[in-house]
Write a protein that binds this ligand. Structure first.
Ligand code: UD1
Ligand code: CA
Length: 452
């Protein structure tokens, strides 16, 4: 936009947030408040962007680039901040926004600017009580008369449901005159930017309003609960984007901004996808699972209530229900991990299975190997961790302890209930069971004796 300057007001402390961080640097799940506003206005391609800084100036200025700064030494109000910015404005028209209103979409601004008068602002119809300034209109003609801050409103004015969203387009010359007319005679003793509207009305300058129904876009962050609300809206937007790309969400879930999900995937209710997690296409994650910093390839299934961290799972593998995959787990194609299985630094090769009740730590499991229920790799001797290697096609009988370091050769079979402490050669049977004794009739006699 060739003749447009953008001014972002960002000098306030944000007292209502309670912390010491300058308010515009408060972090949402997708960056600081001001980074959102900047991204939006940069999309309009304006001639210049001027950011008014004050409280925590150095920090705010260090966090952003590609803009000019205007320094507001004392925070005397939004009108005063605009005055400070005006000294740097070089273009005929100014778009003014607040640095604490992060969710505005560039297309909305585009639409607003293209229809703007000499002075226009965006108003919003809300369905709740807010701290926003009320738009006062003539009760008969409907003409805008001014904006009144909530704290300056009478109780009947406070009931007005059309509010000031805090986005204005003004001809620079009109803004100059309007700002020189405002005074801090109000409930907060501040210079209000909003008073430029009544100045225009008094000077018979036509005031335009671009009225929107409340949809979250003009949500301002003044308190911690409003920050939480913004994060909810950002999450909803992320989920909507995935849904448009063909991902199904069965219920409420949390997806971090750095997560990617391929089309045709299905995410159950109450799932958390965190960090750098990426899901391929056709992945199913059932309810209650948490996946962090992990890569799941196409057609992987994660059943009910699993925890997966810093792991990679290749095409067609299935995990859970109730499995715990800890850091360094690598499951190759078609591996099956069943219920109550824990893995850590475990590499299971193609088609290997551990279907129930198993701990696999610091180990390699060969192609198509079968790990019976209750198998434990005893990887820790109280001092050091040791490795277990189970080669291709080996069969580990149920309830076996593999005391590492130990190696089970290709195709070997381990009898159920064994404690294996020595390497087992390829294709052998190994078991460490005491011989089974059978005493015929003993049980019956025992019962007769006990029962008299
Ligand atoms: C402001 C509007 C209100 C509107 C609401 C929308 C005024 C007087 N009120 O109220 O009508 O409904 O936003 O969100 O404008 N700032 C400075 N310097 C200052 C004071 C503030 O740069 O001296 C900056 C703040 O850093 C903030 C922005 O201006 O980014 C808005 O200030 P804030 O105090 O939050 O205004 P609201 O009370 O929300
Ligand atoms: Ca605000």
């Amino acid at each position: 936009m060739s003749d447009l300057s953008v001014v972002i007001l960002a000098a306030g402390k944000g007292t209502r947030m309670g912390g010491e961080v300058p308010k515009v640097l408060v972090e949402t799940d997708e960056g600081t408040l001001i980074s959102h506003v900047l991204k939006t206005v940069k999309a309009l391609n304006p001639k210049e962007i001027i950011v008014v800084t004050g409280y925590g100036r150095e920090k705010v200025e260090a966090s952003i680039s590609g803009v000019k700064f205007a320094y507001q030494k004392e925070q005397l109000g939004t009108g005063h901040a605009a005055m400070v910015a005006l000294e740097k404005v070089e273009n005929k028209k100014v778009l003014i926004l607040y640095g604490d209103v992060p969710l505005i979409k560039p297309e909305t601004l585009q639409c607003f600017i293209s229809g703007a008068k000499c002075l226009s602002f965006i108003s919003e119809i809300v369905s709740r009580d807010t701290s926003y300034g009320r738009v006062i209109r003539d009760s008969i003609s409907g003409k805008v008369l001014g904006i009144k801050e909530r704290k300056d409103c009478s109780s009947s004015e406070a009931l007005i449901n059309e509010v000031n969203s805090g986005v204005y387009v003004v001809d620079t010359e009109i803004l100059r005159k309007a700002l020189s007319s405002i005074t801090p005679k109000n409930a907060q003793g501040e210079y209000y930017l909003t008073d430029i509207v009544s100045y225009a009305v008094d000077s018979e300058i036509e005031v335009g309003t671009f009225t929107q129904y409340e949809n979250g876009e003009f949500f301002g962050v003044n308190t911690l609960d409003e920050l939480a609300e913004v994060n909810k809206i950002l999450l909803e937007r992320r989920i909507k984007r995935f849904e448009r790309e063909g991902v199904v969400f069965r219920g409420a879930s949390y997806v971090a901004p750095t997560v990617s999900i391929g089309k045709g995937s299905v995410v159950g209710a109450s799932v958390e996808l965190l960090g750098t997690t990426s899901l391929g296409e056709g992945v199913v994650v059932e309810s209650g699972s948490l996946i962090k910093d992990s890569k799941l390839h196409d057609n992987v299934t994660v059943k009910l209530s699993c925890r997966i961290e810093e792991s990679e799972i290749k095409r067609g593998a299935s995990v859970g229900p109730f499995a715990n995959l800890r850091a360094g787990t690598l499951l190759e194609e078609d591996v099956k991990i069943g219920n109550f299985v824990e893995t850590k630094k475990a590499h299971l090769k193609k088609g290997a299975k551990a279907s129930h009740l198993t701990y696999l730590g610091d180990c390699e499991v060969g192609v198509e190997a079968n790990i019976g229920a209750g198998t434990i790799t005893c990887n820790y001797d109280g001092f050091k961790k040791h490795k277990t290697v189970i080669e291709d096609g080996a069969f580990i009988g149920s309830n076996t302890s593999l005391v590492a370091p130990v190696k089970i050769g290709k195709g070997a079979i381990i009898g159920a209930g064994s404690a294996i402490t020595k390497d087992v050669p390829q294709d052998s049977l190994s078991l460490t069971r005491a011989e089974q004794k059978v005493v015929p009739g003993w049980a019956k006699k025992f019962r007769e004796k006990v029962n008299g």
